[in-house]
Design a protein around this ligand. Sequence first.
Ligand code: HEM
Ligand code: HEM
Length: 194
Amino acid sequence: MNGDPMSSDSAHFTVLQRALHWLMAIGILAMLFIGVGMVSTVAPKYLPLVETHKTLGIAILVLALFRLAVRFIYGSPPLPASMPAPMKLAAHLSHYGLYALMIGMPLIGWAMLSAGAYPVVLYGGIRLPAILPQSDQLHALLWQAHVYLAFAFFALILMHLAAGLFHALIRRDGVFESMSPLPAGTRPETTPAE
Ligand code: HEM
Ligand code: HEM
């Protein structure tokens, strides 16, 4: 794999895809903790936390849409032939779930505030338009969806993390290296499981 952000080989995601993956992983984990932290505080830091939550959440939405487009253009390395079919299916389904939540969660947050007739104001005073008309029922429904899907997101991320470590440490089949954050040359070589 060379340093060209657009170049790919059959075994690795492109540099751009790997950079987006790890940048967004940090951003999304931060969002989950900021979300839980802000709803459990009545201190004055509530307001800056909500502003950070909204701004980072919308940034994740934009990055996720960009990442999806990049994924359509550059594809992904094939999963190893040694992987059993049900494991491949689980990998694909969980990746669909992660993309759906990366895009769905910010949209639900935005829609929930719109339905509650709250202004959606980001850093720098950037004000986003409402994407739903005011409705108390919708506001309550979307608020519940935002909370429960956040827990589902966290659970899916933990499973994904466990799967990534299973590939890296036990199967050693190159799947983890395909998304490795380390530049080429500094990555440990993998020895395929027999
Ligand atoms: C990846 C994106 C996002 C994630 C992972 C996320 C996660 C969370 C979490 C974990 C909570 C706390 C739920 C609870 O325990 O009650 C929360 C609350 C909330 N989120 Fe998000 N969120 C995201 C995007 C957004 C966006 C884009 C907005 C608005 C534009 C937003 C607005 C809110 C609001 C208003 C609350 C509730 C605050 C309160 O009840 O005091 N979220 N979010
Ligand atoms: C918030 C956290 C994370 C999210 C939302 C996330 C999301 C994703 C998504 C959507 C893919 C599929 C890539 C594609 O086909 O376009 C992927 C692949 C991958 N992720 Fe994550 N990821 C997260 C954290 C992690 C962590 C912590 C690890 C480390 C163990 C990891 C390891 C991998 C690996 C090895 C792949 C490649 C799998 C393959 O070849 O299909 N991810 N991730």
